[in-house]
Design a protein around this ligand. Sequence first.
Ligand code: 6PG
Length: 250
Amino acid sequence: MRIYDDLDALSRAAAEEVADRADRAAAESRWFGLVLAGGSTPRTLYRLLATDFRSRMPWPRVHLFWGDERFVPADHPDSNRRMAQETLISRVPIPPENVHPIPAPGAGGPFTPQEAAVRYEEELRRLFDRSAKRRQGPGFDTVLLGVGEDGHTASLFPGDPALDETERWVRAVPDPPASHEHSRVTLTLPALARAERILFLAAGERKRDAVRTIAIRRQGDGLPAARVRCRGTVSWYVDRAAAAAPEGPD
Ligand code: 6PG
């Protein structure tokens, strides 16, 4: 776990790591698959990638994906895609064909979260097959994730069947807990496990219990965020407000 003074400092450190990894991918002629988190915490990071780190990112090689989405139109105020569009995508020279949002309801469908999940999985598998054939590297290099007070991450909620998915990469979450509006579409644990690196971002006192249980005491095995694994390493970027007294390695 890496502890920073505040959200700005943790976002800048995470942006530094994202830019380093993107640089490395470009140097190895690979594309850099970055999975974006939703919610409010990553906004600062996205703004930094679009400003202070804009010239360091090899945008023609960057491919953007989403870890989850609220099943709302793309221009809806609660859309994770819209948030990323406003804070990052509209401000950087990334080729439009490199932006891979989760399909949103609209003219021509998808009409259900289940349909959106099937479509997104088909797109991911097609892209990853192509990149494998062209030796362009792993589909997901770096995944950004937030965490909820209940230990959820992406739209993998405690007790939801999507959490126990072992095959599919994308699942619909038609009935998230009442505190979370809108049906969801989410990457599953098997999809996240394909990543080379996972960065959890957590800020504010609200997240303290979840951070203490999952990242410090490494308990809460049943909690979604505690079950996230990948090919490489998982790290937590947290601010002082979210971090209890540090215990244990990393
Ligand atoms: C979403 C997110 C979700 C989020 C957490 C934390 O679509 O809501 O993907 O998993 O990361 O709920 O949200 P905040 O960053 O807003 O606290």
